[in-house]
Design a protein around this ligand. Structure first.
Ligand SMILES: NC(=O)c1ccc[n+]([C@@H]2O[C@H](COP(=O)([O-])OP(=O)(O)OC[C@H]3O[C@@H](n4cnc5c(N)ncnc54)[C@H](OP(=O)(O)O)[C@@H]3O)[C@@H](O)[C@H]2O)c1
Length: 389
């Protein structure tokens, strides 16, 4: 029996993780859950999975959770950053599934690593903002970071423990998002509702917008660097609208190994839970006869500049990736509120990156300070570019 903590259990990945638990009740047990604001859904999960400890982002959330659980809730309930850490480090936990949105999970991920927990990482922002700190800590504590992101999970499967000096290139696939074929003029007109309609994946709001701008792939390029120890030049992105090939690895002898599967996050989540074993899946099998053609195209950096900004942040090193991430979160939130145009998202990020004096990522305090600066600066830039509605 592997015992799980899930950070972000009420989200898209969190709910898929619980579906994996449902499919493997004799192998997986939930012992700790954390959510942001959705007390009603977390209370349902508490009733169903009976975790030992649960956390919400705020004390107000904890009060609502207590009320929603009523007398039936015997779990320890806690809030804020400390609550998230308590969930991630609970002594009975073996694997921490890190699926909270944004950057709130960074301290909890670091604490889980210090506590020797295996990390199943969906929350790519943690590696983008503090990849050096997280991977150093994992190496020092000999803790495995197993990627849940489908592309990195695919790479992990293709590599199957191979060393980084046997890798020539990683080839990350991208669906291209809903605006893959839009003209620059048409991109200027798109609103949140259109951006939230992803052609192949069902995901949370922020990552869905990131997929539409190709920033999601940019964040994944940085994530791949930290997870697999490869340089920016060794990471290629290819548009693959069918999202069947989840990613590929080219080895130094020229062989290209690909992982294929249905577009369902339960597959990579289960892999991260079962690793190094494989378990029977309850997922529909991939039917290549019905899949039709598999297409691959280069990405268009002119129409989707976010990808290039992420490569620039990775090549520059230091805190620039933290700033990219912070500015992106601010710009996406403004876009979702209808206050910023779609094509202004990269403009906000680029202006913020241009204004940043890069430092080394030496401590978590540096990361948090730079993150706060990036957000404040990006808010100013978003204000300057604000849409008049
Ligand atoms: N969805 C996918 O297919 C997918 C694929 C690859 C990687 N990822 C990554 O996985 C992460 C989660 O994505 P998602 O699509 O599942 O997002 P989502 O549906 O928006 O869910 C986010 C989760 O984080 C929780 N949360 C927000 N703030 C929190 C805080 N301060 N403390 C604790 N929990 C907090 C939310 O709680 P409430 O809902 O209760 O507020 C929710 O449970 C992201 O980093 C994303 O890039 C997602």
């Amino acid at each position: 029996m592997k015992r799980l903590a899930i950070l972000g259990s009420t989200g898209s990945i969190g709910r898929s993780a619980l579906a994996v638990v449902d499919a493997h009740p004799s192998r997986l047990q939930v012992v700790a859950l954390a959510a942001g604001d959705n007390a009603a859904l977390l209370a349902d999960q508490v009733r169903r999975y009976r975790p030992e400890v649960v956390a919400m982002a705020t004390s107000d959330g904890v009060d609502r959770l207590r009320e929603a659980c009523g007398a039936g809730g015997s779990a320890t309930m806690t809030g804020g950053a400390e609550g998230l850490i308590a969930v991630a480090t609970h002594p009975s936990v073996d694997i921490v599934i890190c699926a909270s949105a944004g950057t709130a999970g960074l301290e909890a991920v670091l604490a889980a690593i210090e506590a020797g927990k295996t990390i199943a990482l969906a929350n790519k922002e943690v590696l983008v903002m503090a990849g050096a700190l997280v991977t150093d800590a994992a190496r020092r504590r000999a803790v495995a970071i197993l990627p849940v992101d489908s592309e990195h999970n695919a790479v992990h499967q293709c590599l199957h423990g191979r060393k980084s000096d046997e890798i020539r290139r990683l080839i990350l696939t991208a669906s291209g998002g809903p605006f893959r074929e839009f003209t620059p003029d048409a991109l200027g007109q798109v609103g949140p509702d259109q951006a939230l309609r992803h052609p192949t994946w069902q995901m949370g709001r922020k990552i869905t917008v990131d997929s539409a701008t190709l920033m999601n792939k940019g964040l994944e390029v940085i994530e791949a660097h930290w997870l697999f120890g490869v340089s920016a030049d060794q990471i290629e992105v290819v548009i693959h609208p069918q999202s069947i090939v989840h990613s590929m690895v080219e080895l130094i002898d020229g062989s290209v190994i690909a992982q294929l599967g249905v577009t369902d996050m339960r597959l990579p989540i289960q892999y991260a839970c079962s690793y190094p074993e494989r378990w029977d899946g309850s997922l529909p099998a991939l039917d290549l006869n019905r899949a039709g053609r598999l297409e691959f195209h280069p990405p268009d950096h002119e129409r989707f500049p976010c990808l290039g900004l992420a490569y620039r942040a990775l090549r520059s090193g230091g805190t620039l990736a933290s700033v990219l991430n912070a500015a992106n979160e601010v710009a996406v939130a403004a876009f979702l509120e209808g206050k910023l145009g779609f094509t202004s998202i990269p403009a906000v990020i680029e202006r913020t990156m241009n204004a940043h004096a890069i430092e080394g990522v030496s401590t978590i305090d540096v990361v948090r300070r730079v993150d706060a600066w990036g957000r404040a600066y990006a808010r100013e830039m978003a204000g300057e570019l604000e849409l008049t509605l």
